[in-house]
Design a protein around this ligand. Structure first.
Ligand code: BGC
Length: 430
């Protein structure tokens, strides 16, 4: 693999709930453990990163990689509304100091899908109170850890709820049938979602209400269909958080991340592509123009014809997540985004779910060489963080999907670096 220039942030990413384990105050934990859960399995100890982060960061650094994107868990920091847990802030201070000792630049996400249970029970990501509450948490963390966070992503994939809303309505109208292959987990959104319908959705929602101790209609986790009003709440949460972080930690560069497909059209599909691009990206531009960078997250492409989305061609190579193996998508997205966004870009996620590490090497080689082409064209890409450092908990699909550069035996929590870790590391100039 060719080398990126010195200073380019080449690394890997994780998210708290997917790797740490025992995130007991979170909404996801509640959803995983309730009767009739949509989660295929609960996260339990996950891959015990909460206790093994030193080993994991050392592994990343020893491969040559110089950047680690991870998230701080709001549910740990503020397990009850207004009560901040000093011990948990210390935990993340130690993680940041560990990065420093290893010569690794941290890229810190303040919200990566999981939220405190109390927030979600109180209306979550559809509640007018959430922007202030989120900003207060960000302010607290950034002021305590000021000086240790060079890059902050406020919200991971701020557009995910809109994407989920879209697939849910496609499902209801019968549209999604044409894009879902029989045995693939591809729900039509990036994140691992189990979209199997329960026999009785009414019973499911009753159980949700009981688990959260409230009217189920109030329970609004981040990974649920977003209304336009909820989207505006997410945007406002980002803007207030950005200002809060800057006020107490002026050296921190702040942005958010978006899930972006490489949307392509056949003749007649242009209208669909324009609508998708607008919903996923363009309508956020006025609210993020004051950000320091944009986090781009890409895994594949989607192709549209005159009748809407087309399934991958017969015989197309699919990843284990069910979507098309198409590493060229990343460069496609970077070219499109940079036509409208003139500030720095960080690739905060890009990766492949596969049990065959040779596929991963091929994917990384092609995706990163696309990034190098973009750099040569003058696109301001500052980093590439592969998803994920570790095999981990893929949300409601559980542990079966394997995105990691490092395998984990969950019986012993033993780490086994794959060849792809050293391969990606060989692209760094340190
Ligand atoms: C999310 C990750 C997830 C990954 C792979 C992204 O949508 O940010 O949390 O694990 O995709 O599906």
């Amino acid at each position: 693999m060719r080398k990126f220039a010195k200073g380019f942030l080449l690394g890997a990413a994780t998210a708290a709930h997917q790797v740490e384990g025992n995130n007991k105050e979170s909404d996801c934990w509640t959803l995983e453990n309730m009767p009739g859960s949509m989660y295929k399995e609960p996260s339990l100890d996950a891959v015990d990163h909460y206790r093994r982060y030193e080993e994991d960061i050392a592994l990343l650094a020893s491969s040559g990689l110089g950047a680690y994107r991870f998230s701080i868990e709001w549910a740990r920091i503020e397990p009850r509304r207004g009560e901040f847990d000093a011990k948990e802030i210390e935990h993340y201070r130690n993680v940041l100091l560990c990065c420093r000792r290893n010569g690794v630049t941290p890229v810190v996400t303040f919200h990566h899908f999981s939220s405190p249970k109390w927030l979600t029970a109180g209306g979550g990501w559809e509640s007018e109170d959430t922007p202030e509450l989120f900003a207060a948490y960000c302010r607290k963390v950034a002021s305590e850890l000021s000086g240790l966070i060079p890059y902050a992503c406020t919200i991971n994939e701020a557009n995910m709820g809109l994407q989920i809303g879209r697939i849910m309505s496609d499902m209801e109208s019968g549209l999604r049938k044409s894009v879902k292959g029989k045995d693939t987990p591809d729900a039509g959104v990036q994140v691992g979602l189990n979209v199997e319908r329960r026999e009785s959705m009414a019973a499911y929602y009753r159980a949700v209400g009981e688990a959260f101790g409230t009217d189920p209609r109030k329970v609004q986790p981040f990974l649920s269909p977003r209304t336009p009003a909820g989207d505006a709440i997410i945007i406002r949460s980002h803007v207030l958080a950005r200002e809060a972080i800057r006020a107490v930690s002026p050296a921190t560069k702040v942005g958010l991340t978006l899930s972006l497909y490489d949307y392509q059209s056949l003749p007649g599909g242009e209208g669909y592509v324009a609508r998708m691009r607008d919903e996923d990206f363009v309508h956020y531009l006025p609210s993020i123009e004051a950000d320091d960078f944009l986090g781009v997250q890409n895994y594949s492409r989607k192709v549209y014809g005159p009748e809407g989305r087309l399934p991958p061609a017969e015989g197309a190579r699919l990843t284990d997540a069910g979507y098309e193996f198409y590493p060229e998508a990343l460069a496609g997205v970077l070219r499109y985004v940079s036509s409208l966004w003139k500030k720095p870009i960080l690739v905060t996620e890009n990766g492949i779910s596969t049990n065959d590490d040779a596929d991963r090497l091929e994917f990384i080689e092609a995706a990163t060489s696309g990034v190098m082409d973009c750099l040569a064209e003058g696109i301001d890409v500052r980093g590439y963080m592969y998803w994920s450092l570790l095999d981990n908990f893929e949300w409601s699909l559980g542990f079966a999907q394997r995105f990691g550069l490092v395998a984990v035996d969950r019986a012993t929590q033993e780490r086994k670096p794959k060849a792809s870790l050293a391969f990606l590391g060989s692209g760094a100039s340190r």
